[in-house]
Design a protein around this ligand. Structure first.
Ligand SMILES: Nc1ncnc2c1ncn2[C@@H]1O[C@H](COP(=O)(O)OP(=O)(O)OP(=O)(O)O)[C@@H](O)[C@H]1O
Length: 255
């Protein structure tokens, strides 16, 4: 059974239909990346999945009891509000000190627990936001441009971290990214969105699709050849997801 099914979702803000007839699924343990131009509805799609944007039509069907972790695109921390990282990680409530420490360690930032939120660098803040999402041991991580504002090494390190988290916990990842060469290297499947699903499938398939090339050109073909790594392997998943899978099963319908 899929972790998440979205069926024929439409979202409208006033008179403007931002998403039309969007369908997708996410399977256990896979990394699915959403690409699309500015204003194409990517953030709105993630917000609809977490219940923060209202669906005007269609259905969002998470697996029963699905634990979601959401890393928003940005978080403004009021510098006049003193709050430590550890306290920030407590905000959802119910997390033990060891849960928080484990999440920070998994997000590669164990040393940040006592730091003030307002004093973190962009890369540190992204790791803390990831840690916050990991506290609930999610089966599905939703990431909205997690490397926006990071330099290239910081961005590469963050994507490596996401892959490590996926390997260690078995969680699936549904993320938005503008970094096409990274997307093509790190994703099992890609969904190209422009208000509707233009095309979807393996990175190889999407990068050669005319709909994708009309939006992004053909430049990622070479990057794909350089960066794409072999996903033909099996991961042992922990109880968070409860099953093994193979990454070479990459062709779930998304439309
Ligand atoms: N709360 C809102 N009220 C009205 N319009 C909105 C709201 N949120 C988003 N929109 C509009 O919906 C459209 C899609 O926005 P969205 O943020 O989902 O796009 P995006 O693909 O994530 O863009 P970007 O790549 O620039 O982050 C835009 O035209 C935006 O102005």
């Amino acid at each position: 059974m899929s972790l998440l099914n979205v069926e024929q979702l439409s979202v409208r803000y006033g008179a403007t239909e931002v998403l039309r007839d969007v369908s997708l699924s996410v399977e256990t343990g896979e990394i699915v990346t959403i690409v699309g131009p500015n204003g194409s509805g990517k953030t709105t799609l993630l917000r609809a999945i977490v219940g923060a944007a209202p669906a005007t039509a269609g259905r969002i069907m998470p697996a029963p009891g699905l634990r979601l972790g959401y890393v928003p695109q940005r978080l403004h921390v009021d510098p006049t509000l003193p709050i430590t990282v550890r306290r920030f990680l407590s905000l959802p409530g119910g997390a033990t000190r060891s849960d928080k420490a484990a999440a920070l360690a998994r997000a590669g930032a164990p040393e940040l627990a006592k730091r003030q939120m307002s004093q973190l660098s962009g890369g540190q803040l992204q790791r803390v936001l990831l840690a916050r999402a990991l506290v609930a041991r999610p089966q599905l991580l939703l990431l909205d441009e997690p490397t926006a504002g990071l330099d290239q090494p910081g961005s590469a390190a963050f994507y490596q971290l996401i892959d490590d988290v996926r390997r260690e916990t078995g969680c699936a990842v549904l993320m938005i990214s503008h970094e096409l060469h990274v997307v093509m290297a790190a994703s099992d499947r890609v969904i190209c969105l422009n208000g509707h699903v233009c095309c979807h499938g393996t990175p190889e398939h999407v990068s050669s699709a005319p709909e994708y090339q009309a939006l992004f050109g053909t430049g990622t073909g070479g990057a794909l050849a350089l960066y794409r790594h072999d996903h033909d392997h099996t991961h042992d998943l922990d109880d968070a997801c409860g099953a093994d899978h193979r990454h070479n099963d990459q062709t779930k319908a998304a439309e």
